[in-house]
Design a protein around this ligand. Structure first.
Ligand code: ADP
Length: 907
C-alpha cells in the first residue's frame, strides 16, 4: 500500500520524529484507515508497523476505550476544522499498557482532490523532553528500547516466516477449488484466475489466456453501479468490503456470488476473491419457501418485544397483516389472562433460556382468541428470538369438550334416575353408583364387595338375568321392586381368554316414564272415545259436515250425509285444487272455483262464511241448493289448522219460497186488478148516481109544490127513504173513489187550508146525524167549551168526523156517544167515544187497513174503508189518529191535528 512517494515522506517524518517520542500518521478522514505511519510508532507502542496500516480500525481499537469518545470527537473535529485540534489521548501499546500522548490532528486536502486526510502528531507525555537530565532513567529506558528493538526484529523475522507460510497457504487457497481468485490490473483487465473462478464463470483457461474474460462482460447491467462503487473504494482505500452480486457466465446464465477485492500495491494489481453462492442461495430460497409455505407459524422476533419477520401462516391463522403484526409489541396480541406468562417467557429468553415452550391465547383480527403453542430459541448475540407457533385451538376445544362430556356424564349418572353397577365374575359388586340408588335406599358404593346373587336372592327375576349376564349373554329386562320399575341392561365384559371378567349393569328407573305412558294411554283411550262420540254426532247430524286440514285443504273427514246430500261419493281431495271435483254453481250458473268455496275462503281469510246458497247438480242429475256455512279452526296460538263446513240441503225450502213468491205476485196482480175495477166502477157509478140524485131532488121538488096532494103524501115517505139510500150509495161510491185515488196517489186535499173552527165543524156534523142518531137510540153529547181554530181542509176534516161519528152510532146503538173538542199543547184534539161493541186488542191496528173489518158482515154492513180513508186524511193534514178499546167496552177514537200547516201534503 505504500507508494514510493509515500516512502520518501515517511522517511522524512521518521527522521524528525526520531528525536522525540513522537508518532506521526496520516489516515483517511472518513474511514480512519491509516495511510502513513512514522516508523517510530513501532518503537514507542510496540505494534509492528504493518499492523498499523493493514489492520482495519487499528486506531479505534488501540485508543484506550475510556478515551475513545474523546478520540473520535478529536478526529472528527479535526476533519471539520482546518485549523486542527489537540488533546491528550491514551493509546494501548503491544503489552496492553496505556501510554498518554498529546495528540494534535489536522486535516489535509489531498493534492488530487481526493477524500480529505487526517494528519496527526502524537507526542508521548510521560517521557521527559530531555533524557540527559535523568541519565539513569534514560539508560534504563534505552535498555528497554533496545530490548523492544530486539523484540521487533524477532517479530519481523517471525512475520517473514509467517509470510512465507502465508505464501504457501495462499498458493493452496489459489489452487483449491473452494474460492475463486482473480488478479486484475487497475483497468479491470483480468490477468490471472484460478480454476475455481473459471468454473464459476464458465470460461476456459484458454479464454483467460487469450484475454477473452473481462469484468465488464461478467457484470450484469443492474450491478454496474455497485461494481463502480467497489472500484472507487479500491482506488481510495485499497480495499472493498465484501458484497454480493451476480456474474453473467459465458453461457449467459447468472450465478450469484460473494466477492471482495484488495489492492496489491507491490504488484500494482488487484486481487479479487469470488465465492459461488448458488448453493447457498438455493438453500436460502428453499428455506424461504418453507418459511412461506409452512402451515405452522414461524417468526423472528426481537428481544425488544417486536416481531421482525413473520411468515404468511401468521396472517392465514390470525387474520392480521404482516405490517399489523410488526407494528405492535407481540405481547399485545396475547390474552390479558395469559400475558403474565408471555412476559415471563420473554424474560427467560432474554437470559438465553429457551424454556419449555408456552401455550397462550392470541387475538385474531376478527376478535376470536386462538390457542397457540409456542417454541422459541433465543440468539443473545443478535438479540433475536426464533420461534414457531402451532394453532391448537381445536385440540384445546376438543379437550374442553372431553372434560365437559365427562362432567356431563358424571352429572347424568349422579342426577338421573340411573344405577350403574359392575359385578365381578362371581357376582360381587365392584362398582355401584348413580342417583337411582337413593330410591332403593342405598348409598353409592354401599354394596361394593357384597354378592349380588345373595343380595337379590328373593328376586328370582334379578337372579336369573344376573346369571345369564355372567354366562356371557347381553340381555335386558324390566324389574318391578319396592313400588319402582327399573329397566335393567346386562352387558358382560370378556377377558382375553373370552371368559366373562365382569358384568356391567345399568338400571334405569322408569317408574315415572311408565306412569306417564299409562297416563298417555288413558288419554288416547279418552280421545278415541270422544272421537267415536264425535263421529256418532256427525253421522246423526241431518246435515253434511266436511273437515279439512289448513292450509293444504286436504279433506280428511266427511260424514254420511255429505254423500247422500250430493248423491254421489265425496271425492278424496288432497288440496284445495281438488274441490274442483264438487259440482257447485253460483246462482248465475257459473261453476265454483276451488278457492271460492266457503270452506276455502274461511280457511284462507279466517272469517266464517254463513249460509251461502250453492246450487248443485247431484250424482243422479237432479238439481238442488245447499247452504254451506264454513268456519276456520284455530289452535292455542291462534293459527288456523283446520276448516269445518256444514251443508244444509235447502232445496225444498227454496222451492217453497219460490212458490210463495209466485203466489204473492199473483195476489198483487189480482189486487191491482180489483183496485182498477173499483176505480173504474166507482167512477162509472158516479154519473148515474148524480143523475139519480138530481132526478130525486126534482121529484121531491114536484111533490113539495103541492104537499097536500094525495100523490105528494104517498110519495113523501118513499122519497125520504130514497134520499137516504141515495146518500148512502153516494158515500159508498165516494169511499171507493177515494180508495182508488189513494192507491193512485191522487187523494186530493184542498191545498189552500182555510181557517176553520173544529168545534163548530163537529157541531155541524153532529147536527146532521140528529135523525140517524135518534133512530139508533143514541144520544150525541158534544163537549166543546171553546172554539179550536186551525188551518185545515174543512171538507176532508168533515169526512173524518162523519166517519168516526157514523161508526160510533153503527157499532154502539142504544148507547150515548160523547164528542170532545179541545186544544192541547198547541194541537187540536177530537175524541169520539162510544159504549158499543168495542174492538179486540189484536184488531186495533188491523182495522186501519184497506177493506179491513173486525165485525161480521152479516151483522154490520160496510166496506171497511172509512177508517182507512180517515187515517190517510189525518196524516195528510200532519196529524195522528188512534183507537183505544176493549171488546164489549166501547171504543174511543182520538184525532190530533196541528193547528196550522200539514195541508201542503197530498196522500
Ligand atoms: P166499516 O165500518 O165499513 O166496516 P170502517 O173502516 O169504518 O169500515 O171500520 C172498520 C172496522 O172497524 C169496522 O168493520 C169495525 O169492525 C171496526 N170499528 C170501527 N169503528 C168502530 C167502533 N166505534 N166500535 C167498534 N168497532 C168499530
Amino acid at each position: 500500500m505504500m507508494t514510493a512517494e509515500a516512502s520518501t515522506e515517511a522517511r522524512g517524518l521518521s527522521d524528525w520524529a526520531r528525536q522525540f517520542e513522537v508518532v506521526v500518521w496520516t489516515a483517511d478522514a472518513v474511514t480512519l484507515q491509516l495511510l502513513h505511519v512514522s516508523p517510530s510508532a513501532a518503537g514507542i507502542l510496540g505494534h509492528p508497523l504493518e499492523q498499523w496500516w493493514t489492520e482495519p480500525d487499528f486506531l479505534t481499537r488501540h485508543v484506550h476505550p475510556e478515551d475513545l469518545d474523546d478520540a473520535l470527537t478529536l478526529f472528527l473535529d479535526g476533519t471539520r476544522r482546518r485549523s486542527g485540534r489537540s488533546g491528550v489521548l491514551r493509546f494501548l501499546d503491544a503489552d496492553g499498557q496505556a501510554l498518554p500522548f498529546l495528540t494534535k490532528v489536522l486535516t489535509r486536502e489531498d493534492s488530487e482532490g481526493h477524500a480529505p486526510q487526517l494528519r496527526c502528531l502524537m507526542v508521548r507525555l510521560e517521557r521527559p523532553p530531555c533524557a540527559s537530565q535523568e541519565p539513569e532513567r534514560f539508560e534504563r529506558e534505552r535498555e528497554v528500547l533496545l530490548r523492544k528493538e530486539h523484540e521487533a526484529r524477532e517479530r519481523a523475522e517471525a512475520l517473514a516466516r509467517q509470510l512465507a507460510a502465508g505464501e504457501s497457504r495462499f498458493r493452496s487457497i489459489f489452487d483449491s477449488h473452494l474460492i475463486g481468485l482473480v488478479f486484475s490490473d487497475n483497468h479491470g483487465r483480468i490477468l490471472d484466475a484460478n480454476d475455481a473462478f473459471l468454473r464459476i464463470v464458465g470460461y476456459s483457461r484458454e479464454d483467460l489466456e487469450t484475454g477473452r474474460i473481462n469484468f465488464l462482460d461478467l457484470t450484469p447491467p443492474e450491478f454496474q453501479a455497485v461494481t463502480q462503487r467497489a472500484m472507487e473504494a479500491i482506488e481510495a482505500r485499497g480495499v472493498t468490503s465484501t458484497f454480493e452480486k451476480e456474474y453473467v457466465r459465458k453461457d449467459g446464465r447468472r450465478v450469484p456470488i460473494l466477492l471482495g477485492s484488495v489492492r496489491l500495491p507491490a504488484l500494482a494489481q488487484n486481487a479479487t476473491f469470488v465465492l459461488d453462492l448458488t448453493e447457498r442461495k438455493e438453500a436460502e430460497a428453499e428455506r424461504e419457501r418453507f418459511f412461506r409455505l409452512a402451515p405452522d407459524m414461524f417468526c423472528i422476533a426481537g428481544m425488544d418485544g417486536f416481531f421482525k419477520r413473520v411468515n404468511p401462516a401468521f396472517t392465514r391463522s390470525l387474520g392480521w397483516s404482516e405490517r399489523e403484526l410488526l407494528a405492535r409489541p407481540f405481547l399485545d396480541f396475547i390474552h390479558p389472562e395469559d400475558r403474565g406468562r408471555g412476559e415471563a417467557t420473554l424474560d427467560a429468553l432474554k437470559q438465553g433460556d429457551a424454556g419449555p415452550g408456552l401455550s397462550v391465547r392470541v387475538a385474531c383480527k376478527d376478535g376470536v382468541w386462538k390457542w397457540l403453542d409456542w417454541t422459541a430459541e433465543p440468539v443473545p448475540e443478535t438479540g433475536l428470538i426464533y420461534a414457531s407457533a402451532r394453532d391448537v385451538t381445536q385440540q384445546r376445544e376438543a379437550e374442553k369438550q372431553l372434560v365437559l362430556a365427562e362432567q356431563r356424564l358424571r352429572t347424568v349418572i349422579n342426577s338421573g334416575p340411573l344405577v350403574l353397577a359392575v359385578v365381578d365374575a362371581e357376582g360381587r359388586f365392584l362398582v355401584s353408583e348413580g342417583k337411582g340408588l337413593r330410591s332403593m335406599g342405598l348409598a353409592p358404593g354401599q354394596v361394593v364387595g357384597q354378592s349380588a346373587l345373595e343380595l337379590y336372592a328373593n328376586e328370582p327375576q334379578v337372579v336369573e338375568f344376573l346369571q345369564r349376564g355372567l354366562r356371557g349373554e347381553t340381555c335386558s329386562t324390566i324389574v318391578r321392586t319396592a313400588g319402582l320399575t327399573f329397566e335393567v341392561f346386562y352387558q358382560p365384559v370378556l377377558n382375553e381368554a373370552g371368559r366373562v371378567a365382569s358384568l356391567s349393569i345399568a338400571a334405569l328407573d322408569v317408574t315415572e316414564r311408565v306412569r306417564v305412558e299409562a297416563e298417555r294411554e288413558e288419554l288416547i283411550r279418552q280421545l278415541m272415545h270422544e272421537r267415536s262420540i264425535l263421529q256418532a254426532v256427525l253421522r246423526q247430524l241431518p246435515h253434511s259436515v266436511y273437515i279439512a286440514e289448513a292450509p293444504s285443504g286436504r279433506l280428511f273427514l266427511a260424514n254420511e250425509q255429505a254423500v247422500t246430500q250430493i248423491r254421489g261419493p265425496t271425492e278424496p281431495t288432497l288440496n284445495v285444487e281438488g274441490y274442483r271435483a264438487y259440482p257447485g254453481f253460483h246462482a248465475d250458473g257459473r261453476p265454483y272455483e276451488p278457492n271460492e268455496w266457503p270452506l276455502s275462503r274461511a280457511m284462507a281469510s279466517g272469517v266464517p262464511v254463513m249460509a251461502e246458497a250453492v246450487h248443485v247438480i247431484r250424482g243422479d242429475g237432479s238439481r238442488g241448493v245447499i247452504e254451506y256455512s264454513a268456519t276456520p279452526v284455530r289452535d292455542a296460538k291462534g293459527h288456523i289448522t283446520h276448516g269445518v263446513v256444514m251443508g244444509v240441503d235447502v232445496t225444498a225450502r227454496k222451492a217453497a219460497e219460490q212458490e210463495r213468491e209466485r203466489l204473492l205476485d199473483e195476489l198483487k196482480l189480482a189486487v191491482s186488478a180489483r183496485d182498477e175495477f173499483l176505480g173504474i166502477a166507482s167512477h162509472e157509478l158516479k154519473t148515474p148516481l148524480t143523475t139519480l140524485t138530481l132526478k130525486l131532488e126534482a121529484l121531491a121538488c114536484v111533490a113539495s109544490a103541492e104537499p097536500e096532494s094525495p100523490m105528494a103524501r104517498r110519495l113523501a115517505p118513499h122519497l125520504e127513504v130514497m134520499r137516504r139510500q141515495v146518500k148512502r150509495l153516494a158515500v159508498l161510491v165516494n169511499d171507493l173513489l177515494d180508495v182508488s185515488n189513494i192507491r193512485a196517489g191522487r187523494l186530493a186535499l184542498t191545498l189552500e187550508p182555510q181557517q176553520c173552527d173544529l168545534a163548530a165543524l163537529v157541531r155541524d156534523v153532529a147536527g146532521r146525524f140528529d135523525t140517524e142518531a135518534k133512530r139508533a137510540g143514541c144520544e150525541v153529547h158534544l163537549h166543546a167549551p171553546a172554539p179550536v181554530v186551525g188551518a185545515w181542509d174543512s171538507s176532508r176534516l168533515e169526512q173524518v168526523v162523519t166517519n168516526l161519528l157514523a161508526n160510533a152510532i153503527k157499532y154502539g146503538p142504544g148507547h150515548p156517544v160523547m164528542l170532545g173538542v179541545e186544544a192541547v199543547d198547541g194541537r187540536a184534539r177530537l175524541t169520539v167515544h162510544d159504549r158499543g161493541i168495542g174492538i179486540a186488542p189484536e184488531d186495533l191496528q188491523r182495522i186501519w187497513g184497506k177493506f179491513e173489518r173486525a165485525v161480521s158482515e152479516r151483522h154490520y154492513g160496510g166496506l171497511g174503508l172509512g177508517l182507512y180513508i180517515s187515517r190517510q186524511i189525518v196524516e195528510a193534514l200532519g196529524g195522528t189518529v188512534k183507537a183505544e178499546s176493549a171488546l164489549g167496552e166501547g171504543a174511543t177514537f182520538i184525532v190530533e191535528l196541528p193547528l196550522r200547516g200539514g195541508a201542503e201534503r197530498s196522500a
